[in-house]
Design a binder for this molecule. Sequence first.
Ligand code: NAD
Length: 440
Amino acid sequence: MKIAIIGTGYVGLVSGVCFSDFGHEVVCVDKDPAKITRLEAGEVPIFEPGLDDLMARNVAAGRLTFSGDLAEAVAGAEAVFIAVGTPTRRGDGHADLTYVMDAAGEIARAISGYTVVVTKSTVPVGTNRQVHDAVRAANPQADFDVASNPEFLREGAAIDDFMRPDRVVVGVESDRAAEVMQAIYRPLYLRDFPIMTTDLESAEMIKYAANAFLATKITFINEIAQLCERTGADVKMVARGMGLDGRIGSKFLHAGPGYGGSCFPKDTSALARIGQDFATPMQIVETVIKVNDGVRRRMVDKIVDLCGGSVNGRRIAVLGVTFKPNTDDMREAPSLTVVPALVGQGARVSVVDPQGRHEGEALLPGVTWEEDPYAAADGADVLVLLTEWNEFRALDLTRIADSMATPAMADLRNIYTPESAREAGFTAYASVGRTSYGIG
Ligand code: NAD
């Protein structure tokens, strides 16, 4: 199959590389010339484990190319995937479909021969029909179908998720489009990964419902964590006891500083707006959004409490600023709430992150960047664990406590235990949903 991918971000680039690895001939298109220049030079513009090797292999095999010329890429393709961003629209919380509709218009003018226009971006119910109408309006002669193919990959594990998905969802309206989509995903079909064919609306809804459910699960355990702190229960034990129930499952039950990232905040917001538009308020999702905002703000309070009520003039070392480990993505990261609040209240903040500096420097003004956690913690009053990168999971806590001005830790990912912190010499320790000590 000849495939064009429009948008080479976290989803477009991973999809393009993986489709080429399936054996298809893929052109990845982006309107950002700097990205295309880097890709053509063999550089991967994002951090995603394993992506550089897989990309190099498929470029070398002649199956994968990059281009800024959308029209040329589309003209030669049997399927065109729209993988552009759908951020929250300023002001009203809806998904901003500008990029999707712009891409649809450009694709329409370039279509030649039968083409399936596939939306991989996360889009509100009804968008694929809008894409269909926009293509038809711009090019009445075009021979095409639309398909909805929402993406479920997780940043940090994107290649494995794409190559070994729990399921692939394909919304189509014609057998012809279904056949093209089946041909594209045949390598997965042959290995028995479930490929689910639906109508357009159900495919669009599955993506929002799945993300909203996961955001709800995280928020549920975060709210239980607050109650654990008041009652003396340990949320890690509670989550384990819940998760061993096969009906519940243990994933997404880790209490922490609130969900963030490129998807959950915008997708919960968009789903709430879709509900309002259809006079069917999504009350659970609306509450989840509110509770999550509160959870994030509470993390600042924990750090302030560790400092005895004020962070003014205090030195705080923050370990991890990306929204989760194994990505350089900073979108809606908890650090964007926590760090500016600390800086705003007069704290002197040093920050370390294995991949976050490139994006983070512009987003977190007024902080000092360090290269390793020990340098960041040296002379600090509080150590804050904000993203659970592997390199922060086995720190020499005694060395860190010894080097700090006042050894206190806000373990916002529950990586360590109160006992291990105490043994290492920390005089105060707070985590999420477990007993703290040395505060107040
Ligand atoms: P991104 O912002 O990383 O990348 C989007 C890219 O599209 C950018 O490089 C931009 O320059 C390019 N672009 C925009 N308009 C274009 C046009 N007209 N022509 C060519 N290029 C264009 O976005 P992302 O994180 O990859 O997300 C893309 C979509 O996939 C979103 O709808 C998102 O919700 C969804 N999604 C994302 C993830 C994730 O983990 N990031 C997971 C599942 C689904």
